[in-house]
Design a protein around this ligand. Structure first.
Ligand SMILES: Cc1cc2nc3c(=O)[nH]c(=O)nc-3n(C[C@H](O)[C@H](O)[C@H](O)COP(=O)(O)O)c2cc1C
Length: 215
């Protein structure tokens, strides 16, 4: 694959939230996990642990857990709560629970501050997730990065028997997209790149910082 083809894969990846039936083969899953394996990580600690399931009953339960959370949040704040209903979380061929071992933070020998250690830890796991997403995209498979909030964590932990002290960070469904979503707007390179020193003319107004920007 040349760099143009790699960029094409990077550009084609979308967060897929509507899936159709269709299997992610064991071979595909293996390649996706292999991509995670080669992710860079702080002090090469490789903190990730993945619980992978194809079990429909567990997926149904995951959907219920997210649905309960959505209903509860909507009840608390019917007007302002804009969270997406996460029906897609478990309606897929494969569900990957992204966990990580925080004990790896202890071996960042030269990094002392807890905030700095947390950065290394989370970024390392995030790299593995992105590697998996890109590999999936290269095979025409959809994925989406799903947050595991505190409100759902205990139930998911119980369902998948994730022991302490592991952290349960995210969930990633993998499957065949019903339709490949359109690209979301991206900032221009020149808007976020600064030559030599930070160009404060480019510092965004508070009002420009928003979820789901239009362009
Ligand atoms: C750390 C992180 C957390 C995210 N959490 C969620 C989530 O909980 N639910 C969801 O549907 N999408 C989630 N996303 C996906 C983003 O909404 C998505 O990447 C972004 O809107 C850009 O769209 P694209 O991925 O299709 O390019 C998350 C992405 C990241 C990187």
């Amino acid at each position: 694959m040349n760099s143009k083809e790699l960029l094409d894969v990077v550009r084609s990846r979308r967060s897929v939230r509507v899936y159709r039936t269709g299997k992610v083969t064991d071979k595909q899953l293996e390649m996706i996990l292999e991509a995670a394996r080669w992710a860079p990580s702080g002090a090469n600690t490789q903190p990730w642990e993945f619980v992978v399931t194809r079990d429909r009953a567990k997926m149904k339960r995951v959907r219920q857990i997210y649905d309960q959370e959505w209903k509860q949040r909507k009840l608390e704040d019917p007007v302002n709560y804009k969270g997406l209903k996460k029906d897609y979380v478990g309606d897929v061929s494969v569900l990957v629970l992204v966990c990580a071992d925080p004990r790896t933070m202890r071996v960042y020998l030269t990094t002392r501050q807890p905030g700095d250690r947390e950065k290394l830890f989370q970024a390392s796991v995030a790299n593995a997730v992105e590697h998996m997403m890109l590999m999936a995209a290269s095979m025409g498979l959809g994925t989406v990065w799903v947050s595991v909030r505190e409100e759902v964590e205990a139930e998911l932990r119980e369902l998948f028997k994730v022991p302490q002290p592991l952290r349960l960070l995210w969930i990633m469904p993998i499957g065949h997209a019903k339709a490949w979503p359109k690209a979301k707007p991206r900032r221009k390179i020149s808007d976020f790149t600064h030559r030599e020193v930070y160009d404060s003319k480019k510092l965004r107004e508070d009002s420009d910082i928003r979820a789901w920007p239009k362009e």
